[in-house]
Design a protein around this ligand. Structure first.
Ligand code: NAD
Ligand code: WQD
Length: 354
């Protein structure tokens, strides 16, 4: 039997109900692609499909399953014959990766191998891969360019580096293969509708979900990890990028993957460094909430300063980040305040925006 939908515009999105994947599904649909989401819902909720449909007007196709299940992805790819895949499915906690490295190598590395094998068996393997700026490790120089040496400091980071190397080898050996690896800096924010956003199951790891908890009163105060870094205000500097800008980068990368073979790597960031206290201030201004904080000990493994040189993405993908810090914070807060972030809604907000 032939493919079940017009395969030339069909994109397989692994991890498509997750934070970045769900925003990318909407951008793909708005760009005229049909989306097939594959996710085991281990870190996301099936209701995200309703939210995607509500925002874009179109429900993605959906297959629930584990990308590691033997033969499962082969069967999906054979059935739908997608034109390309965007590969978000994976695990992303730096801390957990040192406690359980095999889980990281299994899901992130073996999962990526399973995807590329399934695609290669069916046709030309074309992939946009979710890498991470964490592959750089401690920077020698800033801003970070793609040719900076890779010295990841966690099993998570090493799993991402291994996948990039594997993908480069596949492209070198198979002239049909086409891959773009995107090294994300710090994705934050949410869809402007409030319906999609970062809704981590369980205890969050990242700064902005914690700010959401302080804003809605479920957490009394933010702990700021370290106030004595060699930065202008003593707190760590990062390159925060709006998740919708990031989602748009995937559409640009997909166009690149669909037009030429080979492996290419791009930083996806704004190029702007923002300190923890700058971000707290921007979130307080955007939300109208008071955000008490206490400076505590440094968190092991944090580097003082980390931001991208995003010029290569601008030159080759014609992509650049358009949304500023105020919009990132306002959108993140809207998701917490009016949206569907159930873990953040355990208590009624104590601070209401003016
Ligand atoms: P997320 O956890 O929200 O999304 C990942 C999705 O993959 C989830 O829906 C989860 O259920 C699914 N998944 C996990 N294992 C699976 C499996 N074995 N089979 C099928 N589905 C599976 O994470 P996110 O923040 O959207 O990140 C997406 C990707 O981007 C990840 O690969 C992550 O490593 C990478 N990344 C994220 C960040 C960040 O700060 N969020 C930064 C850099 C890179
Ligand atoms: C940002 C800053 C913290 C929480 C991580 C991963 C990276 C990538 C993005 C996947 C740091 C400070 C945080 C808190 C705080 N993910 N902070 N109080 O560490 O830059 O990057 O997410 O690829 O690989 O390492 O992001 O949001 O955890 O922290 O002061 O309660 O906020 O110390 O300076 P990070 P983050």
């Amino acid at each position: 039997p032939g493919p079940v939908v017009d395969a030339s515009r069909l994109i397989l999105v692994t991890g498509g109900t997750g934070y970045i994947g769900s925003h990318t599904c909407v951008c793909l649909q708005q760009a005229g692609f049909r989306v097939l989401v594959v996710d085991d819902l281990s870190n996301s909720n099936v209701a995200v499909l309703d939210a995607i449909e509500s925002v874009s007007g179109e429900r993605p196709l959906f297959e629930q399953g584990d990308i590691l299940a033997p033969g499962w992805l082969d069967a999906i790819v054979a059935r739908y014959r997608p034109a390309a895949a965007i590969h978000f499915a994976g695990v992303k906690s730096v801390g957990e990766s040192s406690r359980d490295p095999l889980r990281y190598y299994a899901i992130n590395v073996a999962g990526s191998i399973a995807l590329v094998q399934a695609l290669a068996r069916q046709g030309d393997p074309r992939v946009v891969f979710s890498s991470s700026a964490t592959v750089y490790g401690e920077p020698d120089s800033l801003p970070l360019r793609e040719d900076h040496p890779l010295r990841p400091e966690s099993a998570y980071g090493r799993s991402k580096m291994m996948v990039e190397l594997m993908l480069a080898d596949v492209c070198a050996s198979d002239g049909r293969a086409s891959v773009v690896s995107l090294r994300y800096f710090n994705p934050i924010g949410a869809h402007g509708s409030g319906q999609l956003g970062d809704s981590p199951l369980g205890e969050p790891e990242n700064l902005v979900p914690y700010l959401g908890r302080v804003a809605n009163g479920t957490l009394k105060r933010l702990r700021v990890f370290g106030g004595d870094y060699p930065t202008p205000d003593g707190t760590c500097v990062r390159d925060y990028v709006h998740v919708v800008d990031l989602a748009e980068a995937h559409v640009a990368a997909l166009d690149c993957v669909l037009s030429a073979p080979g492996h290419r790597v791009f930083n996806i960031g704004t190029g702007v460094g923002t300190s923890v206290l700058d971000l707290v201030g921007a979130y307080a201004a955007a939300s109208g909430c008071e955000l008490p904080y206490t400076i505590v000990e440094r968190r092991p493994g944090d580097v003082a300063c980390f931001y991208a040189d995003p010029q290569a993405a601008r030159d080759t993908l014609q992509w650049h980040a358009k949304r500023g810090l105020g919009e990132m914070c306002a959108d993140a807060y809207r998701h917490v305040a009016d949206g569907v972030a159930p873990e953040l809604m355990l208590a009624a907000p104590t601070h209401v925006p003016a």
